[in-house]
Design a protein around this ligand. Sequence first.
Ligand SMILES: NC(=O)c1ccc[n+]([C@@H]2O[C@H](COP(=O)([O-])OP(=O)(O)OC[C@H]3O[C@@H](n4cnc5c(N)ncnc54)[C@H](OP(=O)(O)O)[C@@H]3O)[C@@H](O)[C@H]2O)c1
Length: 294
Amino acid sequence: MARVLVVGGAGLLGQYVLREARRRGHEVIGTCRGAAPATLAGPWVGIDLRDGAALRQAVRDAAPDLVVNAAALTDVDGCEARPEEARAVNAVAPGILAEAAGDANADFVHASTDYIFDGEGPATEDTEPRPLSAYGRTKREGEVLVRKAYPASLILRLSAVFGWNRVSPKANSVTWILQKVEAGQEVPLFTDQRVTPTYAGTAAGVALDLWAAKARGTFHVACRDCLSRVEMGHAVVEAFGIPGAQLVPVAMASVALKAPRPRAPCLIVRRVEETLKRDMPGFRACLEDMRETR
Ligand SMILES: NC(=O)c1ccc[n+]([C@@H]2O[C@H](COP(=O)([O-])OP(=O)(O)OC[C@H]3O[C@@H](n4cnc5c(N)ncnc54)[C@H](OP(=O)(O)O)[C@@H]3O)[C@@H](O)[C@H]2O)c1
């Protein structure tokens, strides 16, 4: 049994890491901003990621074997509007956490994103990052600061993270589509952005498996399918058997987006598959799992 500190434990990824670590018999502490979640057992420590001293103290107090950073400012347009907050949360805080984990002799796992790429083609872990937005730039800086502060850290790059959010009403790339089609509303979906969505439960399992295997370095963690947003919509409608869904194909250029989006930052997952000796799931299999666990 290990002691695991999950920073951002109330976010989508964080709640899956927290539950999965607990299921595996670890002693788990979560950090959150604001009130402790009512639907997920603690202990919880309330921390704002912009408070570096509080972050360091939380790591010292937890005396963890593993720190997982699942917190980030994930609102891509919000990052464009508030670049200083984005940098503090997505770049500076991960560096501080990595350093604090190293000082505490704990391992460190950090989540990053496909938006560090320009999306001009599928990306391996060795593809040169070229972020297009403040979100992508600050997440990339976070990777660099983490690596500098604690070279043995594990960095997992995810894409369009989805799954049931059992903690908050915040929607994600799949539940947003479901909510709209089930309310009988039109769903505008990009035809010209392709991604490899990451199932939150898959990412949580992979994070803990790579850590247990003492893997080091950077790994892409996602479904095997590289799909346009509108193809994702069709797959969701099919998996959940929703008749009469109004999926409206739209081009990215037709929408007033504050931050530019990469066109096809699909993540190649060969490294994680070879390391863990298992395939990453297909998108449809993950949707089936969601349907069965609703
Ligand atoms: N979401 C995606 O589609 C996506 C795609 C690729 C990669 N990723 C990466 O995957 C990781 C997990 O993302 P997710 O989808 O689980 O995001 P999420 O559901 O938005 O969770 C992020 C968590 O970070 C917390 N947070 C943000 N700012 C904070 C601050 N100043 N102080 C304390 N906590 C703060 C949020 O708290 P509040 O709820 O209080 O804001 C939330 O609990 C992140 O590293 C993200 O960059 C996500």
